[in-house]
Design a protein around this ligand. Structure first.
Ligand code: AMP
Ligand code: MN
Ligand code: MN
Ligand code: MN
Length: 277
């Protein structure tokens, strides 16, 4: 079964509207699909309607930004209640400060000789309150400063580079608690992306599990095949369920629907107990 439980619309930093993302997933033969915008639930109603119209099973999702020991990590909430007022209020606090951060990022970029980044990023954000590094990256590509999004991050938007401004997101235990209170399952997104040492990864996985985290992403557009195997082994070792998702953001922006391998059958998928009949 083709299950894809991680992607973005222009409600956060994706390039397409929720209904367009749904149709793209369906065209790629996704059967069970979640929209997981960053710190936002606003796209879920449109996504659900379009998913059902296209014959897919729909899963309400979100991807919460977390600061853990100074690093940014992402926690997916799957099958959350999209009407949960406490979750919505908590996400609003996580989103807060993006505009101020964007101003600071643009000031830094101006210091590096790149003018107009604030306006450039905002022009590309459907919702100014959700302006993200991805919108800056698209601006830097369009302005001809860098060749592609990867280059934009590598040269300007990651720690140590001129356009990077640190930000405080949610606490790990809070994010998991909000998801569980909204009757969802918490899944650690793309653990291979955080560049953590083996010891730090062990600490993160223990803390996440103790907080009530139930699964980790194993097969994701952000992992290499070697990382599929590595995190499959860690899922088994820690007793986590395993998840699979493209992390699609837009056409020609890396991960695409329908291109990932299936989960190793030895793993327990996060969707094992879902009613998908
Ligand atoms: P923000 O929440 O504003 O810090 O932006 C984070 C987003 O930037 C992530 O959700 C990804 O979509 C994107 N991103 C982060 N690192 C990279 C990278 N190295 N290459 C491409 N996109 C990235
Ligand atoms: Mn993103
Ligand atoms: Mn992420
Ligand atoms: Mn994502």
């Amino acid at each position: 079964m083709n299950v894809d439980l991680h992607c973005h619309s222009n409600v956060s930093d994706g390039a397409l509207a929720p209904a367009e993302v749904a149709r793209r997933a369906a065209r790629a033969r996704v059967a069970v699909w979640a929209l997981t915008d960053h710190d936002q639930l606003d796209g879920l109603a449109e996504a659900r309607a379009a998913a059902l119209a296209a014959g897919m099973r729909f899963v309400d999702g979100v991807e919460i930004s977390v600061t853990w020991r100074g690093s940014t990590v992402h926690v997916l909430g799957l099958r959350i209640d999209p009407q949960d007022a406490s979750l919505a209020a908590a996400l609003a606090t996580v989103r807060g400060g993006r505009l101020e951060r964007a101003r600071a990022m643009a000031d830094e970029l101006a210091g590096a000789g790149i003018e107009g980044a604030f306006e450039g990023a905002l022009d590309r954000a459907e919702n100014p309150a959700m302006v993200s590094r991805t919108h800056f990256a698209r601006f830097l590509v369009d302005a001809g400063v860098v060749a592609d999004l990867r280059d934009a991050f590598r040269r300007y938007l990651v720690p140590g580079k001129p356009g990077y401004v640190p930000h405080r997101w949610a606490q790990l235990a809070d994010a998991v608690r909000w998801i569980r209170a909204a009757r969802g399952q918490a899944v650690l997104a793309h653990p291979g992306r955080y560049g953590l040492s083996a010891g730090a990864m062990d600490a993160l996985l223990h803390e996440f599990r103790d907080a009530g985290g139930e699964g980790i992403e194993v097969v994701t557009g952000s992992h290499s095949p070697e990382q599929y195997r590595h995190f499959a082994a860690l899922a088994v070792q820690y007793g986590f369920a395993a998840s699979r998702g493209s992390d699609f953001h837009g056409p020609d922006e890396g991960a695409e629907f329908g291109t990932l391998p299936p989960l190793d059958p030895a793993l327990r998928p996060v969707w094992q107990d879902w009613e998908l009949a």
